[in-house]
Write a protein that binds this ligand. Structure first.
Ligand SMILES: C[S@@+](CC[C@H](N)C(=O)[O-])C[C@H]1O[C@@H](n2cnc3c(N)ncnc32)[C@H](O)[C@@H]1O
Length: 271
């Protein structure tokens, strides 16, 4: 089962360490959409497939109560261990059976997670728990990113793409929904008030070591690791070594700039 990909404790700690909160641009987009539909204060938001809670924590200040849910016990255990505001709680729950009352939720989010759900059942469940005029925001990014450092962007991006492509055989069907920027998910949403924002390029900086860590957290890398641990580790070592050679540096703490393409599906339940 695809969700078993996220069951490992070690995988959950990689999430906690390397996964990033949604960019400010995406957070602003979601909040301004919600504000256009509903008046503050917002009582409850639910972050489904919350993993270790990066997105949950980022959006929590705007809600009286924020609940992160995930099917993986290991991810929820990690989320609970991170320092969290008092309005945040977490629980283990499948996206297709959410533990909330009918018409009780202002916002349902899913960050880099909706493509793992049974989308038909999830959308029905979202419709049940959303208040009238409540919103959903399903967002994600393309994991094949550009890597920039001085004038080496094209070489570094080519190395990253090569590494990413060599993991392609371990991609699950679910991840393929991401390549089309959630088009199928957008089309499945039964509401007329909906929109899909694509190609939002977010630029951020991180050490080469963390970029390698991010790749380690990819589900397809974890599959590779299970099938052939030696080859998987070698791929990362080689990729890091090639980066450093092209950059002309020796430290994997050297900062590179990553350009990642984000996209977001927004929808509002009718009154
Ligand atoms: C790629 S991770 C994203 C985690 C987090 N939202 C983030 O942005 O880092 C996908 C998460 O979805 C969860 N997941 C997958 N299928 C699920 C389902 N049917 N119900 C609830 N959570 C699910 C996984 O356990 C995993 O934590």
């Amino acid at each position: 089962m695809t969700t078993q990909l996220f069951e490992g404790k070690e995988h959950a700690s990689l999430y906690q360490k390397y996964r990033l909160p949604p960019p400010d641009e995406v957070q602003k987009l979601i909040l301004s959409y919600l504000e256009a539909k509903k008046q503050r204060p917002f009582s409850l938001a639910v972050d489904v497939g919350c993993g270790t809670g990066q997105s949950t924590r980022a959006l929590a200040p705007h809600f009286e109560k924020m609940v992160g849910t995930d099917i993986s016990k290991a991810q929820i255990e990690e989320a609970k261990q991170s320092s969290s505001a008092s309005n945040i709680s977490y629980c283990v729950s499948p996206a297709e059976e959410l533990p909330f009352e009918d018409s009780s939720v202002d916002l349902v989010t899913a960050a880099a997670a909706a493509h793992w759900f049974n989308i038909e059942k999830f959308l029905k469940e979202v419709d049940r728990i959303l208040k009238p005029s409540g919103c959903m925001a399903l967002y994600c990014y393309q994991a094949c990113m550009e890597v920039h450092y001085k004038d080496c962007a094209s070489k570094l991006t080519a190395i990253f793409t090569e590494c990413y492509n060599s993991l392609a055989i371990y991609t699950s069907k679910n991840t393929e929904i991401v390549y089309s920027e959630y088009e199928a998910i957008f089309n499945a949403i039964p509401y007329t008030d909906k929109k899909r924002i694509t190609q939002m390029v977010h630029k951020f900086q991180m050490p080469v070591a963390d970029l390698i860590g991010l790749v380690k957290s990819f589900s397809m890398f974890q599959t590779f690791l299970q099938i052939d641990p030696e080859a998987a580790k070698k791929l990362l070592q080689k990729t890091e070594q090639r980066f450093l050679e092209v950059m002309g540096v020796t430290s994997n703490e050297t900062i590179v700039e990553i350009w990642a393409k984000h996209f977001c599906v927004l929808a509002c339940k009718p009154l």
